[in-house]
Structures are given as C-alpha cells and as structure tokens.
Design a protein around this ligand. Structure first.
Ligand SMILES: Nc1ncnc2c1ncn2[C@@H]1O[C@H](COP(=O)(O)OP(=O)(O)OP(=O)(O)O)[C@@H](O)[C@H]1O
Ligand SMILES: [Mg+2]
Length: 250
C-alpha cells in the first residue's frame, strides 16, 4: 500500500533522510519511531505529496507520487502534527467540504457526519467556527474527516498529542477499525507503550536511516535488549548512539 525506494531528502548540506526503503501492507498499523530530528515528519510530508524528495521513489495505493500524484493523493489522508483547518468554516461545514472534495456520496455524508460529530464529542460545537476550536478539537475533527473519506492509506504524525484520555481511547479503537477495513496506517509516534500495544509493525528511524523494521517482537530481538524488555527499552538500546545524530555529509 505504501512503497518507498531509496528515498533521500537533503536540506542544503544536511541529509535528513538517507536512502530509505520501506513497504507497508494493507491492514498494517505501522509505528514509525525515532528520536527528535530523525526524519519522521519529513518522510510523511513526502508520502503525503506536500514535499518533494531529493531522490528516490514513493508510491501510495499503487500510484507513483511523481507520475500520478492526484491518483495517489485521492487515496491518502494526512493528519499533520499541527492540525490545519479552515478557520472560517464550522465543524459541520468542514466535514461537508472534505466529503465533497473527496467525492463522498451526499446521502452518505448526511448519514455519517452527525454520527461522527457525536462520536468525537463535537456535536454541540459543530455550528461554531473552527477558529474557536482547541488544538485537540481540531485534531478530532481531522480524524473524523478521515473516517468519512475511508482512504486506503492514513498518515498520522503524533496523532494523540493534545487529545484527552477518552479521545485517545477512541482513537485506538478507530485505528484498529481503519486497518481492519484494509487500509494501511502509518503513524509517527513517541508514545512507545501505545505503539507496543497497537502497532502490528514498527520501524525505527535514526539520523535519517532505518535501523530496525519488523514486529514489536522482532524489533526487541534486534535491539539486543533483554528478552523481557519493553519496546521503550528496546528503542533506547537501538538509538543509544543517536545523541550525536550524525548524518553523513552530502
Ligand atoms: N524545511 C526544512 N529545512 C531545513 N531542515 C529541515 C526542514 N525540515 C526538516 N528539517 C531538518 O530535518 C531533520 C528531520 O526533521 P523531522 O521534522 O523530519 O524530524 P522528526 O523525526 O519528525 O522529529 P520530531 O520527533 O522532533 O518530530 C531535522 O534535523 C530538521 O531540522
Ligand atoms: Mg516530527
């Protein structure tokens, strides 16, 4: 569902991503871990089509982002770490707008939108302008718009930052539902106990390079941490040298 081959991104003389190869299959909940500055957000920005790679190829749902960007983007949803919504739309209008933009049947929108607003505790504020929404409310509205669209690939960058505990619980259930429907979930996160419980596979990015990839169990084995180690302990062992975060010069 997501294919990345030899992806490299250079900013000036700084190599943020270094020949990354990665595949994520339908139904997978992939947790993308890595220290601050590892290149996770840069990778999802490239996957979403809002940033161009320096070199390498990326495809989403079988469509190459370079040669068929519209086909690819139609099938993906990107929830950035800083939620962007149109400030002068209401919550209801935003969901209608997203539904229309992505060709969701108007009858389905009328059925689904009230349910989604209810599910995310946004019904009471759905007539208010989004400029008055809190960070967490905007985040929930964006997640609701993903469920309305039913994309093939969902990219989340730190999705639970700003969500209250009840919303986080709901979000976890939704992730499982999205994956069970056959979509691929790609999630950058620092919340390792959530990743350990929820993700069907893990990738660890360190200074722009993938240093581990596999199930939680496989990543723990790779880390050479004790067999009883948590994912957090495995992550810390794997990224021990990361403090330098030295990347090869371009
Ligand atoms: N537009 C840009 N111009 C120059 N450097 C950039 C740009 N975007 C990212 N970088 C650099 O690329 C590196 C990777 O950044 P990125 O935001 O992808 O990290 P991250 O893994 O998402 O980190 P975090 O966990 O803090 O969110 C960082 O060193 C960052 O400073
Ligand atoms: Mg980031």
């Amino acid at each position: 569902m997501i294919e990345i081959h030899g992806l490299t991104k250079v900013f000036g003389s700084f190599k943020a991503i270094d020949r990354l190869d990665l595949r994520v299959e339908p139904g997978e909940i992939f947790g993308f871990l890595g220290p601050n500055g590892a290149g996770k957000t840069t990778t999802v920005k490239i996957l979403s089509g809002i940033m161009r790679p320096t070199s390498g190829r990326v495809s989403v749902a079988g469509f190459d982002l370079d040669s068929a960007p519209l086909e690819a983007k139609r099938r993906l949803a990107y929830i950035p770490d800083e939620p962007f919504v149109y400030p002068k739309l209401t919550g209801w209008e935003f969901l209608r707008f997203m539904g229309d933009l992505y060709g969701v049947d108007p009858d389905a929108q009328r059925r689904e939108i009230p349910k989604l607003l209810e599910q995310f505790d946004l019904a009471a504020q759905s007539g208010e302008l989004l400029e008055s929404y809190s960070h967490g409310m905007k985040q929930k509205l964006l997640i609701a718009s993903v469920l309305l669209r039913k994309p093939k690939v969902v990219l989340f960058d730190e999705p639970t930052v700003g969500l209250d505990p009840r919303s986080i619980r709901r979000f976890k259930t939704l992730l499982a539902e999205i994956a069970a429907a056959g979509a691929a979930v790609f999630m950058c996160t620092h919340i390792l106990d959530m990743a350990e419980k929820l993700c069907t596979s893990i990738g660890v990015l360190n200074a722009g390079q993938l240093i581990a990839r596999g199930t939680v169990h496989e990543v723990k084995l790779l880390s050479k941490a004790p067999s009883s180690a948590t994912l957090e302990e495995a992550f810390l062992a794997l990224t021990e040298d990361a403090a330098g975060g030295l990347r090869p010069a371009v």
